[in-house]
Design a protein around this ligand. Structure first.
Ligand code: HEM
Length: 221
């Protein structure tokens, strides 16, 4: 089977949108830390019980995890095939490649994507399995987060900050491209899509960064 590039772009757009929806839901959930310790832990516990009693405990969580994994794999696979095809179509590099080609976000999609992937692996070992977390107790996510971003572990906050900005840049260009793939844009529409993508990406970055910085500065403890 050799899917056409249009089909691959559709797969990228649809899997990307699913990931964006997850990112917003996750960011909103994280903000519970500003409500209180118990609320945050209660929310994490609730995540494990969604769907009960129709579904047994943690089933919904696992369905979501499998869905996320499928979306990530589909996104990376379609991006890779499209990249290889683009390289094959133009094996000789441009002799005079203009220095500024597209926005910063557009030019960093590939390496930014790789950084985001490395971050996700670190993040899962940190806050889901607890292996890289000083507390590492999955029944106490609040304590894990506080320990994670303690001032003496400033390098963890730095790594999260760089990674979350990479997520934001990836998203800014990604949302814009998905809108373009899913519907023909007029010039005016493209400008609006770009503004909306920037706004959404900025909001997401602010929501995510508020947590480590609130811990670092002692606003939550
Ligand atoms: C400072 C920002 C973030 C904080 C404080 C945070 C916090 C957490 C916590 C506490 C968990 C474990 C939840 C549980 O108890 O099950 C978690 C899981 C997760 N986070 Fe984050 N997160 C942040 C940013 C991100 C970003 C930017 C991404 C994606 C690029 C992400 C993706 C995930 C994923 C995929 C899981 C696993 C969900 C699961 O299968 O249980 N997180 N996060």
């Amino acid at each position: 089977m050799r899917p056409s590039s249009v089909v691959l772009k559709l797969i990228m757009a649809v899997s990307g949108i699913a990931l964006v929806l997850f990112l917003f839901a996750h960011a909103a959930g994280n903000l519970k830390i500003f409500v209180g310790n118990e609320d945050f832990d209660h929310y994490a516990h609730w995540l494990r019980t969604i769907g009960t009693p129709l579904l047994p405990d943690v089933w919904f969580l696992w369905i979501m995890r499998v869905g996320l994994l499928v979306a990530v794999l589909a996104h990376i696979w379609s991006a890779t095939v499209l990249t290889v095809r683009a390289k094959k179509a133009r094996p000789v590099k441009y002799a005079h490649r203009p220095k500024i080609q597209g926005s910063y976000a557009a030019r960093t999609m590939r390496w930014g994507g790789v950084l985001v992937l490395l971050f996700i692996i670190y993040h899962l070992l940190d806050l889901t399995t607890g292996h890289l977390n000083p507390v590492g107790d999955s029944s106490r996510p609040h304590a894990n987060v506080i320990a994670d971003f303690a001032p003496d572990r400033w390098y963890v906050t730095l790594f999260y900050t760089v990674s979350i900005i990479a997520v934001g840049l990836h998203l800014q260009h990604g949302i814009f491209s998905a809108v373009r793939t899913l519907g023909q844009q007029t010039k005016h529409g493209e400008r609006r899509a770009k503004a909306a993508a920037s706004l959404l990406a900025l909001a997401l970055v602010a929501m995510y960064l508020s947590v480590p910085f609130a811990v670092l500065t002692g606003l939550v403890d």
